[in-house]
Design a protein around this ligand. Structure first.
Ligand code: ADP
Ligand code: 5GP
Length: 210
């Protein structure tokens, strides 16, 4: 069991473009979460800031971190390596600070399987429809239609992992989605009642993958 004074860990995963980065930023601003900054071998996007959005490193550096067992989890996603280093996370949790992760299902599985002595809540974010997802990805990658196609193809495979998360939330209206996540975190921390309908989610996944 986690000690009462320890921080908590919240993981948000989703198919690319569903909105988890946006939600992680909102949760960190409004609910006092530190965002876990990942290492990645992919190149920065024009709007991204090094050491804030990611630690952008080359393959060799990433391999060294793996060899030195510095990662709490790491995975290959869309042909690039992504990973969370252990020390900054544990240091924060030990200081009663909360940490939020924007990582994929492979990383979420790895952290879950480690069974660390800190409270962990996992969320999977879904788009309201495939059409909306396509629009969001197209707006983000206006220059690169190939990336949009690649990520749409990955969607059907990614979505199948919803079942391994504590909660699955549909990101239609951003504010409503944020409130649902925020209320569920509060309910988890305070042992309160949870407003969550898993059957509704199951039907939504069926519609998305039909
Ligand atoms: P992810 O991190 O899951 O890949 P992002 O957070 O980058 O997704 O969101 C993808 C795009 O969709 C961004 O341009 C973001 O501003 C937009 N977006 C996110 N949530 C919503 C929402 N509820 N309504 C409309 N646009 C959204
Ligand atoms: P993007 O390149 O769009 O920033 O991220 C691509 C995917 O990699 C997203 O699903 C994101 O959640 C995931 N990701 C980002 N950082 C990490 C990490 O440290 N570990 C894992 N396993 N996935 C990550």
């Amino acid at each position: 069991m986690s000690k009462k004074k320890d921080g908590i860990m919240v993981i948000l995963s989703s198919p690319s473009g569903a909105g988890k980065t946006t939600l992680v930023k909102l949760l960190s601003q409004n609910k006092n979460f530190h965002i876990s900054v990942s290492h990645t071998t992919r190149k920065p996007r024009p709007n991204e800031i090094a050491d804030k959005d990611y630690y952008f490193v080359n393959h060799e550096k990433f391999e060294t971190l793996i060899k030195n067992e510095e990662f709490l989890e790491y995975a290959k996603v869309f042909n690039h390596l992504y990973g969370t280093t252990r020390t900054p996370v544990i240091e924060k949790l030990e200081k009663s600070e909360n940490v939020i992760f924007d990582i994929d299902w492979q990383g979420a599985d790895q952290i879950k399987n480690k069974k660390l002595n800190y409270k962990l809540i996992t969320f999977f974010i879904l788009p309201p429809s495939k059409g909306v997802l396509f629009e969001r990805l197209s707006n983000r990658h206006t220059q690169d239609k190939l990336i949009v196609e690649e990520r749409m193809k990955e969607f059907t495979r990614d979505v199948l992992h919803w079942i391994n998360y504590d909660y699955v939330i549909i990101n239609d209206n951003l504010e409503e989605c944020y409130s649902k996540i925020s209320n569920l975190i509060d309910a988890e921390v305070n042992n309160g009642s949870k407003d969550y309908d898993k059957e509704y989610i199951r039907k939504h996944v069926e519609k998305l993958t039909f």
